[in-house]
Design a protein around this ligand. Structure first.
Ligand code: LMR
Length: 394
């Protein structure tokens, strides 16, 4: 029977990582997966994480199961980090999930099975895994326009135009900050208009918040979510990840926050989450959440974490500038200034699939076939090499 299983194509992001690993070139550069790398080209272990590990290693108690929906102190701290002051005025609960992807999948199952929502709108383009997660959960996936003709900046009018077809009782996936894969975010007035439309139309917002702190700051990046709730809206789903902002990619630590209109609704939704998680993976792992709650619960560690996160964000801005300046040098006829306006780790470069393939095959420089470049993977010693290669394929 197993012979009947069709072969699936490799994952659009992790599949390229496998190709990169198999590449024997000494000068290969990996700008595919969304991971932050330092000047030495390494994924850094943040100082606060290393310090928290030293505290945690002294805990010699056994590793029992966590509650189905996660370690309560961690969940409380994770939810407060996302919601900020608005946490005081809404009915909410955060569940611990294996990364942001786990939150998306649990949230998708929850909305489908407990609430009966079967259609979700997402931007075109979006993170390659988004449509797959919701399709696996049997959703009808609809797309709304996002980019202009050139494919490097927002076309807000087109976005709102396609959303005119969305109907009450459907869900909408929104990237709260640092849109993946484009790096193109909405301005505050555009967010206000969009979120008013979401509320008036009766859509359920499903915020993917994987990059808190990588756009403008921890609080600034959360503003679309907080403003939506502060305007009196009482239903939202927020998926957050600590992969990026704590550099805890492999620990799989994230959260699913549900904001409900009443305490009864919150209790009912949480009971549904527990059934969903129990039937998928039973309960979450212990270690990553312990690191995050140790840091968030200690003033010194928290300050150290925030400082290092700020440095990472500012360094990425500097890398964007170096990239644009170096592209001017090697491809003066091509305008890459838009890279400066994009946020977070990624830039949608406007490069085509054949150009991405040429970069890979001729130069061992790996970007996604969509043209997405992980700017946070460049450093001073690879910037020139990357820009020269891009100029040669333009
Ligand atoms: C990415 O978009 O590269 C990251 O979010 C990693 C992933 O899981 O795809």
């Amino acid at each position: 029977m197993f012979e009947n299983a069709p072969v699936n194509p490799p994952d659009a992001i992790f599949g390229l990582m496998e190709l990169f690993q198999a590449d024997t070139s000494d000068s290969k550069v990996n700008l595919t997966t969304g991971v932050y790398k330092d000047e030495a080209g390494q994924i850094p272990l943040m100082k606060a994480v290393a310090d928290a590990e030293k505290i945690l290693v002294q805990d010699t108690s056994g590793r029992s199961y966590l509650p189905i929906d996660g370690q309560p102190d961690y969940c409380n701290k994770a939810g407060n980090l996302v919601l900020g002051p608005v946490a005081e005025s809404v009915h909410w609960q955060t569940s611990q999930t294996p990364g942001g992807t786990g939150a998306l999948r649990v949230g998708a199952e929850l909305l489908k099975n407990a609430v009966g929502i079967d259609t979700i709108w997402m931007s075109n383009p979006t993170w390659a895994n988004h449509p797959k997660i919701f399709a696996r959960a049997n959703y009808n996936v609809q797309q709304y326009d996002y980019l202009d003709q050139r494919g490097v900046a927002l076309d807000f009018a087109a976005m709102m135009g396609s959303l005119a077809n969305a109907k009450s009782g459907q869900a909408i996936l929104l990237h709260a900050a640092c849109h993946n894969p484009t790096g193109v975010d909405l301005e505050t007035d555009q967010w206000n208009e969009l979120l008013k439309f979401v509320a008036d139309r009766g859509l359920v917002p499903f915020f993917d918040f994987a990059y808190q702190g990588f756009g403008k700051g921890l609080d600034q990046d959360a503003q679309p979510i907080r403003n939506y709730l502060a305007s009196g809206n009482r239903e939202a789903i927020i998926c957050n990840s600590f992969s990026k902002n704590f550099g805890l990619y492999g620990e799989r630590v994230g959260g699913l926050t549900i904001v409900s209109p009443s305490e009864d609704a919150r209790t009912a939704m949480q009971s549904q989450i527990k059934t969903t998680i129990r039937t998928m993976y039973s309960n979450p792992p212990t270690h990553g959440c312990a690191i995050v709650s140790t840091i968030l619960g200690d003033d010194t560690l928290r300050a150290s974490w925030e400082t290092e996160l700020t440095e990472m964000r500012e360094r990425i801005s500097g890398l964007r500038k170096s990239f644009v300046d170096t592209m001017k040098q090697f491809a003066p006829d091509h305008d890459f200034d838009f890279v400066m306006k994009q946020n977070g780790m990624f830039s949608y470069s406007g490069l085509s699939k054949p150009q991405a393939e040429k970069l890979r095959n001729d130069h061992s420089i790996y970007i996604l076939n969509s043209g997405r470049i992980n700017i946070a993977g460049i450093n001073a010693s690879t910037c020139e090499q990357v820009c020269k290669a891009i100029a040669s394929v333009l």
